[in-house]
Design a protein. Structure first.
Lengths: 110, 112
């Protein structure tokens, strides 16, 4: 089993739709979680950290479920510019390794 | 402020040649990572530097790969006797230890 698993997609959604991605992790000692966005032929960029209580940034909401060992990303009112690959990243405090998922590809259609 | 920079942005080389890839991390960041990303794949960890500590080289795929970091700042990833399977995007990231990594734009390596 991979340490971090994501559905590769693609998720094809119309503009204005709400879409959600999940990411599961296998190491219960994992303590920090992030969503990165990667555009085609570009480097990954931090989208948001994921806090235990859940957090929101505009149209984006991230949640953590420790009991089931998954994190989620919800995008409301999708824009064409949201089209990208979304990478789930898991980090265990006290270590330096960040484990990246292979990403979920989102296509927002006009 | 300036982000992570990498050079060259693109490199085409012939099989068997050596290549050097450079990374300039964000000033003051003590942690530096090298990753490799093949087409359509996730990020593969290669090597990690933290301050003056010995680097973790456990991700390097073969002894043809090596990296160094001089003065706790600039890092160079060297691939000797390149093979076609080395073709990928090589990404460098730095961190201040507060957990968030910042990536450079990457070097796209093509081995013919």
């Amino acid at each position: 089993r991979k340490e971090v698993e994501q559905d590769p997609g693609p998720f094809n959604v119309p503009e204005g739709a709400t879409v959600a991605f999940n990411c599961t992790y296998s190491n219960s000692a994992s303590q920090s979680f992030f969503w990165y966005r990667q555009d085609c032929r570009k480097e990954p960029k931090l989208l948001m950290s994921v806090y235990s209580s859940g957090n929101e940034d505009g149209r984006f909401t991230a949640q953590l479920n420790r009991a089931s060992q998954y994190i989620s990303l919800l995008i409301r009112d999708s824009k064409l510019s949201d089209s990208a690959t979304y990478l789930c990243v898991v980090h265990t405090s006290g270590t330096y390794k960040y484990i990246f998922g292979t990403g979920t590809r989102l296509k927002v259609l006009a | 402020g300036a982000g992570v920079s990498q050079s060259p942005s693109n490199k085409v080389t012939e099989k068997g040649k050596d290549v050097e890839l450079r990374c300039d991390p964000i000033s003051g960041h003590t942690a530096l990572y090298w990753y490799r990303q093949s087409l359509g794949q996730g990020l593969e960890f290669l090597i990690y530097f933290q301050g003056n500590s010995a680097p973790d080289k456990s991700g390097l795929p073969s002894d043809r790969f090596s990296a160094e970091r001089t003065g706790g700042s600039v890092s160079t990833l060297t691939i000797q006797r390149t093979q076609q399977e080395d073709s990928a995007v090589y990404l460098c990231a730095s961190s201040s230890g507060l957990e968030t990594q910042y990536f450079g734009p990457g070097t796209r390596l093509l081995v013919l």
